[in-house]
Design a binder for this molecule. Structure first.
Ligand code: NAD
Length: 454
């Protein structure tokens, strides 16, 4: 057992020391979760539904506490953190409807009766990143529990506090002990043990594409099911016929939300050449207007980066000779601050190709629709993106042509708990959220009953 200091990224102060689980701790938790899962799956559907609704109510009663904890641990602006805690409640309520609706099929066959059952998989291992600890955990555990599974959950090393608290609240709400087990610890220890443990039957991994590939390779040993939510390098495509004022005014929030530490960040802005100069004129005041500062303040729109190590990574994309068009402000002094930064590089620069995961955006001009589509798709990723145009046919054509799992036209929204979410290409495998998510936590069992002729 090791322990880690958890740091407030806005002040660099130590918040707390958290005990990290080791491999033996994982094995014990999995054994307990396995037993808890069998009892949970035997409960009446209405009882499981009621337990999830009770969990949602307890989360609702602790929104202020959870939000304050996320502000301190992750540096999220308070308004965003409150939204995140409320989102956990909403996701739980949405999937509380599942146990009573998870019906199989009755399929017409000769000589008998054929039905399918959606059987729970067993123990599900969920591994989350540090950028949205609460919401991403809930996208996994709510549908997994609703489908009759138990969950072992590993939060990221830097940001475990809200996940630990959610685990406590689940028990407080009356969910069976050991059904949702939060196990903080290092990825190469706890995460790898989830992957190698034969009784963890599915892995839901959200994080970098590099580690996701490793998880997928490890899971192959047991033909373990995986859902992967990985990196992104999404495009915000601005056509010359759009409402350019709105496109420019909203573009900062499409990329700098959560200080750019968002897998859906529209970190490549592509602007039709005929309106490029005008867009940049409008974009500059919008970027400079982003309020960066104390995440506890209700006026703050962007907080610090999560850690010193991550700030060094982001800064590596903005060397002294970087093609900086303009930048916003950021506090000086303690805290891992980085100002919103706009680069105008060439199409092949590293900052255009790699996921930065910070408040750095590139702007590139394009010639026509075909060029915009080619540029948007010139990446191994395919998670998100936006299309700005007043031409409905163009919006449909481009939305169908961009290889990405979540697109929005004339807006930057991407995650709603009642619509599916996930990536094309190396941005992931499978989908979370939406009405079908519980099915990805089940195995389809087909049973044929022979019926004798009367
Ligand atoms: P990361 O891959 O470094 O870590 C993610 C999680 O995996 C952490 O909990 C970590 O401890 C664990 N881990 C590390 N090594 C492991 C191993 N060998 N085996 C098992 N688990 C291991 O990613 P990060 O830096 O925490 O998060 C940033 C990345 O997450 C970005 O690439 C971002 O795009 C991605 N992300 C994707 C989505 C999505 O829904 N597609 C959402 C949020 C973040």
């Amino acid at each position: 057992m090791t322990a880690a200091q958890i740091i407030n990224p806005a002040t660099e102060e130590v918040l707390r020391t958290v005990e990290f689980t080791d491999e033996a701790g994982v094995d014990e938790a999995v054994a307990r979760a396995k037993a808890a899962q069998r009892r949970w799956a035997r409960l009446a559907p209405a009882e499981r539904a009621e337990a999830l609704r009770a969990f949602a109510s307890v989360v609702d009663a602790h929104i202020d506490e959870l939000a304050a904890l996320e502000v301190a641990n992750s540096g999220h602006p308070i308004t965003g953190a409150e939204w995140e805690a409320g989102h956990v409640r909403d996701v739980l309520n949405y999937y509380a409807a599942t146990p009573e609706r998870l019906s199989g099929k009755q399929i017409p066959v000769a000589g008998g009766l054929d039905v399918t059952f959606n059987e729970p998989i067993g123990v599900v291992g969920i591994i989350t990143p540090w950028n949205f600890p609460m919401t991403i955990a809930a996208w996994g555990f709510a549908p997994a529990l609703a489908a009759g599974n138990a969950v072992v959950l590993k939060p990221a090393e830097w940001t475990p506090l809200t996940t630990i608290r959610l685990g406590e609240l689940a028990v407080e709400a009356g969910l069976p002990e050991d059904l949702l087990c939060v196990l903080p610890g290092p990825g190469p220890v706890v995460g790898e043990r989830f992957v190698s443990h034969p009784d963890v039957r599915k892995i839901v991994f959200t994080g970098s594409t590099e580690v996701g590939k490793r998880v997928m390779a490890g899971a192959a040993r047991y033909v373990k099911r995986v859902t992967l939510e990985l990196g992104g390098k999404s495009a915000n495509i601005v056509f010359d016929d759009c409402d350019l004022e709105r496109a420019a005014a909203t573009a900062p929030y499409g990329v700098f939300d959560n200080a750019g530490q968002d897998c859906c960040a529209r970190s490549r802005i592509l602007v039709q050449r005929s309106v490029y100069d005008r867009f940049m004129e409008l974009f500059e005041p919008a970027v400079k207007g982003v309020v960066v500062g104390d995440p506890r303040s209700r006026d703050t729109e962007m907080g610090p980066l999560v850690s010193r190590q991550h700030r060094d990574w982001v800064a590596s994309f903005v060397p002294d000779d970087a093609p900086v068009a303009f930048r916003g402000d950021a506090p000086t002094g303690p805290g891992y601050w980085f100002p919103p930064t706009v680069l105008t590089p060439s199409r092949t620069d590293r900052c255009v190709r790699e996921e930065i995961f910070g408040p750095v955006v590139t702007v590139l001009p394009f010639e026509d629709e075909a060029d915009a589509i080619a540029l948007a798709n010139a990446t191994d990723y395919g998670l998100s993106g936006s299309i700005w145009t007043r031409d409905l046919s163009r919006a449909v054509r481009v939305a169908r042509a961009v290889e990405s799992g979540n697109l929005s036209v004339n807006s930057h929204s991407s995650v709603r708990y009642h619509t599916p979410f996930g990536g094309f290409k190396q941005s992931g495998l499978g989908r979370e959220l939406g009405p079908d998510a519980p099915l990805s936590f089940t195995e389809t069992k087909n049973v044929f009953f022979a019926v004798e002729e009367g």
